[in-house]
Write a new protein. Structure first.
Length: 313
């Protein structure tokens, strides 16, 4: 069964995270600060941020954090290790068996094909049955960060019903396609050598696959948390393409990310003006409207409704 059997793109979740703060699950102090931050959601990372010898303890930390830490209304996700590692199955089993009720989603890194998510879905369904959770309770998000993952993005986005989002991973993607890179997430000398934005294609390809399946989309991080200008530029590029939000790897990045992915006052005022004209035209029985010389159609109304929804968030 695919996502197409459950919802259409127009039924995409209205609530999207602007900022996702990633913290190593091995560092409880950082985790506590993350949940007290202004990030929309927190990602407890068991993969890249945790050394191999610390992964078992970090896994136990995730269970304790999810069950005991006061998170308020902030979403808590966990990124497990990739399927081709010896850690993946224990990550999924131990965390979902012990804290599946308290887990907002599991993020699967390095998803290369639809079969990867079928493995995840099958194992989650078995765990849910074992601990008396309704099938599909544990949601999944997937990272597209390789050439194979990008080629198979359409199938991945529709692979399983519990999938809710695609995330683009620029660092691993660059390594996968042998793209030289000195700064993850921001412009470097290699970008200046290329006539355009080097990551436009994989970012837009990931976005289109997600939107066609009714999923949310998140852009990857900027590695240099001191580069505020580069972060701002990266955020605006991602938002201009249609991404919902962006990863943060340091609390100092949250404000910039939240601001960039929130509608501006000008956008909200324009949306309000369009909606008022639309409602007045409907009341008068008119099928078409113009606002300040610009024709407004059904697509325009969908866009302004989205702006107003985000502005109220």
């Amino acid at each position: 069964m695919t996502n197409d059997d459950h919802y259409a793109p127009e039924n995409e979740r209205a609530t999207a995270w602007r900022s996702l703060l990633s913290v190593p699950a091995s560092n409880l102090r950082m985790v506590e600060k993350a949940f007290a931050s202004d990030a929309d959601a927190v990602l407890l990372d068991l993969e890249d941020a945790v050394a191999p010898e610390a992964k078992a303890d970090a896994r136990r930390n995730v269970v304790r954090i999810l069950k005991e830490l006061d998170r308020g209304d902030k979403a808590g996700l966990c990124r497990v290790n990739a399927l081709d590692t010896p850690y993946f199955y224990r990550d999924l089993i131990e965390i979902v068996e012990e804290a599946g009720h308290d887990l907002d989603a599991v993020l699967i890194p390095k998803v290369n094909r639809t079969e990867d998510l079928h493995v995840v879905d099958t194992l989650l369904s078995q765990i849910e049955a074992a601990v008396d959770l309704e099938k599909g309770t544990v949601k999944v998000e997937a990272q597209i960060e390789s050439a194979a993952g990008l080629v198979n993005a359409d199938g991945i986005a529709r692979a399983i019903a519990r999938l809710e989002a695609l995330h683009f991973g620029p660092g691993d993607y660059a390594a996968s396609v042998r793209m030289p890179q000195t700064s993850i997430g921001t412009m470097d000398e290699w970008d200046r050598a290329y006539p355009g934005h080097r990551f436009h294609y994989p970012m837009h390809r990931t976005l289109v696959a997600a939107r066609a399946a009714g999923l949310r989309t998140m852009d990857g991080p900027v590695a240099d948390h001191r580069d505020k200008k580069g972060l701002r530029e990266a955020c605006l590029i991602a938002r201009s393409l249609g991404f919902d939000g962006k990863w943060c790897i340091h609390p100092a990045q949250i404000g910039t990310v939240n601001d960039a992915f929130s509608p501006t006052r000008k956008e909200i005022e324009w949306a309000q003006k369009v909606m008022k004209a639309y409602e007045e035209a409907n009341a008068a029985g008119s099928g078409s409207i113009s606002v300040e010389g610009q024709m407004v159609d059904a697509a325009s109304i969908r866009m302004v409704r989205r702006i107003l929804d985000l502005g109220q968030g």
